[in-house]
Design a protein around this ligand. Structure first.
Ligand SMILES: [Zn+2]
Length: 377
């Protein structure tokens, strides 16, 4: 399929086979669309390469105004491997929305492809430094920050071997923790973000990652004149199979929270406010963006979170992936099985799931465009 294959009316067909192919098709589509809309491509590469030796880059591809007053941004791959889904929704927009979108001279639609290109290309959720990109958006880092629950469960969450007897003992301790405190408190401990252990799960970093600095620079440069910014950053792995929840890091009292509720009729749920399937999290992308945008800009933001499998299966996959990165060999049978399970946890091998998430994502994009001044389609 090419991005402009009008016969591709199966939403699942917008899923791409790899980061590399997704990026190549994005750049081809941008070139083709430049005959009807002004196009700006700003690619910021990071140091590592992909599995085929390919360049890894954050690609900011803007259609419409060069310095927009009103912008809709669709971003993907904040959590690496989750980028299969976000990019499928982006390719759907490239093929079906942008060929007929009408934009006023002060409006733009931006495709921000692969916030964490390393994780997308290598099928990890984290970046090249084992950092969770969506825990890395902060100005100050405290290398002692880590919850008491994470400390207590450290060796259960971060095994140094997969010896069956020791693994059984670790899982027994996790089960006992859940029996005593509940699954939600375990989820909170496992995923909220910690800043103490670079080799541990959910490490938020000791400084802003290269990709984080690139993304904030892109926003400061290209959205510096904005009055309205609507942003969708697509995620997977939390919630019921193919169900969508719109999550925001904004507190309920934040003006952006109220604007987000207006943009998406399904409503946005605040992780900080305890309304969401997500527990409160540290160092979130949307908090970093809110600080980087002009103070006057109205900012609606949502992380559409598409459910895959049950939470413990997803956490198991992340835990094994972290073991593999530090102690395993991705080329042996165990390594390949763990990589396949990571993919399944964040991009299930199901055409029905793919169709449902692309259809849902397209609807969220249409709702955002309906609220964007200067856009009609
Ligand atoms: Zn995610």
């Amino acid at each position: 399929m090419t991005p402009f294959d009008a016969s591709a009316d199966d939403p699942a067909a917008f899923f791409q086979p790899s980061y590399r192919v997704s990026r190549e098709r994005l750049l081809e589509a941008a070139h083709a669309l430049s005959t009807r809309l002004p196009v700006l491509v700003d690619s910021r590469s990071i140091a590592p390469r992909g599995p085929d030796g390919e360049t890894l880059a954050l690609d900011w591809v803007s259609f419409g105004a060069r310095r927009p007053r009103h912008a809709l941004v669709l971003s993907s791959g904040t959590h690496g491997v989750e980028g299969y889904t976000g990019s499928a929704i982006q390719h759907h927009a490239l093929a079906t929305v942008l060929p007929r979108l009408r934009l006023a001279p002060d409006a733009a639609l931006v495709i921000q492809h692969a916030n964490n290109p390393y994780g997308f290309a290598w099928h990890r959720r984290v970046n090249e430094d084992n950092v969770d990109f969506n825990r890395n958006f902060r100005d100050r880092f405290d290398p002692t920050q880590c919850s008491a629950d994470y400390e207590a469960l450290y060796d259960c969450l971060n095994p140094t071997d997969l010896d069956p007897a020791r693994e059984a003992e670790r899982w027994a301790r996790i089960d006992a923790f859940i029996a005593a405190h509940g699954l939600r408190r375990f989820q909170q401990a496992a995923v909220e973000g910690q800043y103490r252990y670079p080799e541990g799960l959910q490490f938020g970093g000791h400084a802003q990652a290269e990709g984080t600095r690139h993304l904030l620079a892109l926003v400061r440069e290209h959205l510096c004149d904005t009055q309205t910014v609507i942003w969708l950053d697509f995620h997977t792995g939390l919630g019921d199979f193919a169900a969508c929840e719109l999550i925001t890091g904004a507190p309920v009292a934040d003006a952006g929270y109220a604007f987000s509720q207006q943009v998406w009729p399904a409503g946005v749920k605040s992780a900080a406010g305890g309304e969401s399937v997500s527990t409160p999290l540290n160092g979130l992308l949307d908090r970093g963006l809110a600080a980087a945008l002009p103070g006057r800009a109205r900012f609606a933001f949502a992380y559409p979170e598409y459910g895959t499998w049950e939470p413990m299966r997803v956490i198991r996959a992340m835990r094994l992936d972290n073991w593999l990165a530090h102690y395993g060999d991705r080329h042996d049978a165990t390594g390949r099985a763990i990589e396949a399970e990571m993919l399944e946890a964040f991009r299930p091998d199901s055409r029905d799931w793919e169709r449902r998430v692309v259809t849902s994502g397209a609807e969220l994009v249409a709702q955002a465009l309906a609220r964007l001044p200067g856009a009609s389609h």
